[in-house]
Every structure is written in C-alpha cells, then in structure tokens.
Design a protein. Structure first.
Ligand SMILES: Cc1cc2nc3c(=O)[nH]c(=O)nc-3n(C[C@H](O)[C@H](O)[C@H](O)COP(=O)(O)OP(=O)(O)OC[C@H]3O[C@@H](n4cnc5c(N)ncnc54)[C@H](O)[C@@H]3O)c2cc1C
Length: 452
C-alpha cells in the first residue's frame, strides 16, 4: 500500500480514477466540494451526478460510443456498472434512472475500504500524487491555481466548436483543394454561387438555436461569433468573414465563387475536416439540414456537432504530457472534461486512464496509452496532436482512429471492421502492458476477453 493519493472532484472521472487507484492498493482521499460549495448545474450532493441527459448513448459497438464502452468494460468501469444497475429501457442506448445511478456510484466509491471521501473545496494544486477531475464547472479558486501553473492561455472557460466532417463523405466532384493566394493547398473548399449563398443564409438565420441556461450564456467574442449570429448581422457579413471567396478559383468554372466554406484538416490521416469559422449554437437537427445545403456537403457525415458552452478545459496539446500530467510533474494528472474530452463516457474513460497511469507512475513505470486503432487511444492521440491554437473539446467518433489499410466505402461495413480491430487491439494492449481489469464492486467485472 502506498502513501495516500488525492483525487479532486467526485464526478464521473473522479469516481473512476479513485476506484482504479484503490483497487490497485492505494489509499485514496476523494475531495468533493458539494454540498459545501455547489456548481451552477449540480442539484444534489451525490457522486457521479448527471447534470443533463440521462443517456450514455449507444451500446452498439459499430457506433463509436459503443466501442468506447466495450473498452471501458474491459478495464472495469464504475460508470457502466452503476448504469447496469439503474438502467431504463431506451432501445440500443444505455439510459439510466439518474437518482439510482448516482446512488450506485456513491455506494461503490463510498464503501471501498481504501477510499475516504472528504466534502471540501480544493483551492490549490496538491503537492503529492493526485488526479484533478473537477469538470467543466471547476470552482473559481482552483481554476486560478491551474491558470497560474499553466499560464492564462492554459485554461479556457468557453468552448466554441465547429462541426467536423468525415473526408470520405464529401463530394469530390464539387469540393476542391486550395489555399487563398496559393499560399498552400491545405484547405478543402466548398464553392457557392449567389443563389446558393442566399438560400443558405436565409436557412441559417431562420434555424432554431439551442436555448441554454442563464449561467451558460456565452459572452461572444468578435473573433469567434457563432456563424448564425454573424449571418443575422447582415446577409453579406459571412461573405466578408469566414466565407470570403478571395484568392480562390473554382476549377469547374475557372472563376472566383460568390462565397466559400473552407474545411481545415484536424488529423494527420486526413479523415477529420473542421468547418472553419462555423462555431454554432444551432440544434443538431438544424445543423444537419442547413449545413448539408452547402455544395459538396449534401451527404456529409458529421463526426462532431458544433456547440458553444460554458466549459473549463485545458490546452492539453502543449501544456500537458501525453498521459495528461503537468509537464514537470508526471504524478499530477488531469482527467475528465477538464482535459478536453467531451461527454459523460469520454470523461469517465479518461478518469480510468488517469487512475491506471497514476498507479504506474508511483510504481516507477512509464504511463501507458492504448494504440490509436482503439477509441480511447484515438481520443488521447487527438488531445496530444491537435493544433494547440485551435484546440477544442472532442467526443468519441470513428474519425479519431487510424483508417483501415484498405478503403471500405460502405459506412456500416467500415464501422463494423473498425470496431472489430479496435476491440482486438485493445485487449492485446491490455495483455502487453499487463493492465488488469479493475473490480468495480458488486457484480463480477467483465473479463478482458469477453465481448459485451
Ligand atoms: C450543464 C452541462 C450539461 C452537460 N450535458 C451533457 C450531456 O447531456 N451529455 C454528456 O455526455 N455530457 C454533458 N456535459 C459534459 C460532461 O460530459 C459532463 O459535465 C461530465 O459530467 C463531465 O465529467 P467530469 O467528471 O469531468 O466532471 P463532473 O461530472 O462535473 O465532476 C466534477 C466534480 O468536481 C467537483 N468540483 C469542482 N470544483 C471542485 C473543487 N475545487 N474542489 C472539489 N470538488 C470540485 C464538482 O462538484 C463535481 O462533482 C454537460 C456539461 C454541463 C456543464
């Protein structure tokens, strides 16, 4: 048994990290500030409280979220065990009774003999080994401490996310590669004529936006306005902003288009393409119908939807190590939404990895991360390799993993093959790194070799 390890934040990531550490023999002090200090969204003092939807999305492994769950089950996940105990019928999605779910999380963590729960706000970075998993609503005092360790730009308070599209779903008879003024050809361009542009702007300004809570009201910065807000200022505003056609010639016509939507590469393999300047609060259904009006995007596959939220997240790519620790303190590891993963299960999975790696670091081993053919490995690669200046949170999706050696056009078949490879590689990685599945309490954990 080692000296005590601190886990700060008893949310989804913190509960996972605490149980991973305790099951590896560490004494854990889990510090959770509720109910002494609340957040804008939490309503109870339960651990692992779900602040919004009661769904953890699909369990179908050919869905990226389903594959992430299979990898989490192989490692032992208290979120999935608690979800199994509190499940409600929801087709292929895993949905829960949120009260029962939080009770199961609190019971699993609270009843572990090596975990002590302390209800207090943490206001500074701990000196000893620790996991910091205080989430999108990290308290002010701790945020300030993080900013003084990482620099002011090291912690952002709002995300401004533009949709990301899968390369294979773009129409190559319309979309062309070119950079403005021929400086580079790194962008993909969707050209619009005047009629297409007018119809698009009209649909954009009339589309429904997501209504947030008062505290979620985002102070828009001029350099980063939602595209629908920009369009509402005047029909030509986007054409003088992100949709400006200057320096671009459509190879089909030999002329400059009336407007252009540019796509910027997000990953080295060139599977994920970001709609430049298209951060948006449109509802998901509206994003699909309005953005698919853009020439070349009629059948596009959305890997990430646009959104704008109050959210605390770190500048992972250049301020943290590949396993998420401070650069000069490998035993101080960040986990959960704070690291730039987006979503309940992604946050929990990141907590599992933080627990596993903090145990390794304290035993003098190198941190271990799964290969980028797996969903968790792909997520961590994104955090490390993303452009720090454009870094925005990411949810699990198939664009994150290495492409198959042979291109498969059929989406369903491609995803099935990716899931099969991901699972085999994940289990092989656990074997090679001797990562034992954690007993998360209650029912026997799912064996690493068992398909869920
Ligand atoms: C309003 C809102 C709605 C969301 N809706 C969804 C959704 O529908 N689906 C989805 O997948 N994701 C959603 N998310 C995103 C995200 O997945 C969740 O916030 C998720 O709970 C993140 O897990 P976490 O463990 O990183 O943080 P949390 O679950 O938020 O846990 C962090 C914990 O740290 C505690 N804490 C904070 N500061 C301190 C401190 N200084 N000292 C001690 N404790 C502290 C908090 O009280 C909290 O219990 C939403 C986020 C927000 C803010």
């Amino acid at each position: 048994m080692s000296n005590e390890i601190r886990v700060v934040g008893g949310g989804l990531a913190g509960c996972e990290a605490a149980l991973q550490l305790a099951s590896r023999g560490h004494r854990v002090l889990l510090q959770e500030m509720r109910p002494v200090r609340g957040t804008e969204a939490h309503q109870t003092d339960g651990l692992g409280e779900l602040v919004c939807t009661n769904s953890f999305k699909s369990e179908d492994p050919s869905n990226a979220h389903g594959q992430l769950k299979r990898e989490m089950r192989a490692l032992g996940s208290v979120l999935l065990r608690s979800a199994d105990l509190s499940r409600v019928a929801a087709g292929s999605a895993l949905a829960v009774d949120r009260g029962l779910f939080s009770e199961a999380m609190t019971e699993a963590v609270g009843s572990h003999p090596l975990i002590e729960i302390s209800r207090e706000e943490c206001t500074g970075l701990p000196d000893g080994p620790a996991v910091i998993s205080t989430g999108p609503l990290t308290s002010h005092a701790l945020s300030e401490a993080i900013r003084s360790a990482l620099g002011v730009e090291g912690l952002a308070f709002y995300d401004a996310i533009a949709p990301i599209l899968h390369r294979d779903s773009l129409d190559d008879s319309i979309v062309f590669a070119a950079g403005r003024f021929g400086e580079d050809a790194d962008y993909l361009n969707c050209p619009m004529n005047e009629a297409e542009y007018s119809a698009f702007i009209e649909a954009l300004v009339n589309a429904d936006v997501h209504e947030g809570h008062d505290w979620d009201a985002v102070p828009y910065f001029e350099g980063c306005l939602p595209v629908e807000v920009m369009a509402a200022r005047g029909p030509d505003t986007p054409r003088f902003g992100p949709m400006k056609p200057i320096g671009l010639i459509d190879p089909r016509t030999g002329e400059r288009p009336h407007a252009v939507v540019q796509l910027r590469r997000e990953d080295r393999a060139g599977q994920m393409w970001n709609m430049v300047g298209f951060q948006t609060r449109l509802r998901v259904s509206e994003q699909r119908s309005v953005f698919q009006m853009i020439p070349g995007l009629a059948g596009c596959e959305f890997l990430r939807w646009g959104s704008i939220h109050r959210n605390s997240y770190l500048r992972f790519p250049d301020r943290l190590t590949r396993h998420g620790s401070l650069l000069d303190r490998t035993d101080l590891i960040f986990a959960g939404q704070l690291t730039g993963v987006e979503g309940y299960t992604e946050s929990a999975a990141s907590g599992i990895m933080a627990g596993i790696n903090l145990d390794r670091v304290t035993r003098g081993l190198d941190p271990a991360l799964p290969p980028a053919t797996t969903m968790l490995g792909g997520l961590f690669r994104y955090l490390r390799d993303a452009d720090p200046d454009h870094f925005q949170p990411m949810n699990s999706n198939w664009g994150l993993v290495d492409p198959l050696a042979k291109r498969v056009r059929d989406k369903k078949e491609r995803r099935g093959l990716l899931a099969e490879r991901a699972q085999a590689d994940f289990l092989a990685w656990m074997d090679a790194e001797r990562v034992q599945p954690t007993d998360v309490g209650g029912a026997a954990p799912v064996a690493a070799t068992e398909e869920s």
